[in-house]
Ligand binder design. Structure first.
Ligand code: ADP
Ligand code: MG
Length: 290
């Protein structure tokens, strides 16, 4: 039988949009001293927009955007949506599309192999940014945008910038966690400068940037190895292992199926402040039991 207090608290939890999948997770939440947030889609809206694009090496800006949009048309990443939404008109045909997790995408367009991706893609291809692009991309970086390069047959032919917005409740959530003595960390596959800008705006204590999807859970383990009790909060497809590794895995915004499966707690709302509600619920419920 389910003890009465827990039955009551899970019902109260459900009313506030907190679905407790694992009651031990709710109990552990009151001892959590660190919340590790995924950035994109969790602390930010995850609805990216194209801020600008610039071509070099005789390619026109329109041609660059059409190529990038063609390659991105098979990707489900929020970056892909930003790029395809910014282009109208017919797209060149693509084949052999592939995702390079944490780095970008690639496909064949006409006779060419085209890549679109971030800093990890360029270093993997052994390429660097052409000098003509440096000033433009520095300007984008100062606006905290993510910069992507477009590569055609091993030559960088231009760059794109995409930007995201911080969720309205994010700053208040982090302040409320700090007020309860909880440290806040953030993990992202995005570039260091974007991560640092978000962290500075939100008052985040520790940042892990350019982390490959498969390595997110290792950051949870790294914090645990330092003796921290960690709640991981994420929405993404790639978050399953990190949610499972954490002392408490919290899937936000009723995320993806994988996230829901691996999480101990699922939040109906995508407001980061609902993480604070989980702590409050846990502290209130288990205080009553003692
Ligand atoms: P996060 O979920 O933290 O945004 P991802 O692992 O999904 O991280 O992506 C990390 C980085 O990989 C992105 O910031 C970008 O540089 C690159 N990337 C991923 N997917 C794409 C894509 N579809 N197009 C271009 N770049 C991409
Ligand atoms: Mg993601």
């Amino acid at each position: 039988a389910i003890p009465l207090v827990i039955a009551i608290s899970t019902e109260r939890a459900a009313r506030s949009g907190v679905l407790v999948k694992n009651r031990l997770a709710l109990e552990r939440m009151r001892t959590v001293d660190t919340v590790l947030f995924d950035k994109t889609g969790t602390l930010t809206q995850g609805r990216l927009t194209l801020l600008g694009h610039a071509a070099v090496r005789g390619v026109s800006d329109d041609e660059l955007l059409a190529l990038a949009a063609a390659v991105e048309s098979d990707s489900e990443h929020p970056i892909a949506r930003a790029v395809t939404a910014a282009h109208d008109g017919p797209l060149p045909a693509v084949r052999d599309f592939a995702t390079l997790p944490g780095r970008g995408v690639e496909a064949k367009v006409g006779g060419r192999t085209v890549h679109v991706g971030g800093p990890a893609l360029l270093s993997e291809l052994g390429l660097s940014e052409p000098a003509e692009l440096a000033e433009t991309t520095r300007g984008w970086q100062q606006q905290a945008a993510s910069v992507l390069h477009v590569v055609s047959d091993g030559r960088v032919i231009g760059a794109l910038a995409v930007a995201d917005e911080i969720r309205p409740g994010a700053r208040a959530a982090i302040d409320a966690l700090h007020a309860r003595g909880v440290q806040v960390a953030m993990v992202t596959g995005d570039a260091q400068h974007v991560a640092d800008a978000v962290a500075a705006e939100l008052g985040i204590d520790e940042v892990f940037a350019q982390v490959l999807p498969a390595d997110k859970h290792a950051k949870v383990a790294e914090l645990q190895a330092r003796g921290r009790k960690v709640a991981f909060t994420g929405d993404g497809l790639n978050d399953g292992p990190a949610l499972a590794q954490a002392d408490v895995g919290i899937a936000i915004g009723a995320g993806t199926d994988v996230a829901m499966e691996s999480a101990g707690v699922v939040l109906a709302s995508d407001d980061p402040r609902s993480v604070v509600s989980v702590i409050e619920l846990s502290r209130a419920s288990y205080r009553k039991m003692q």
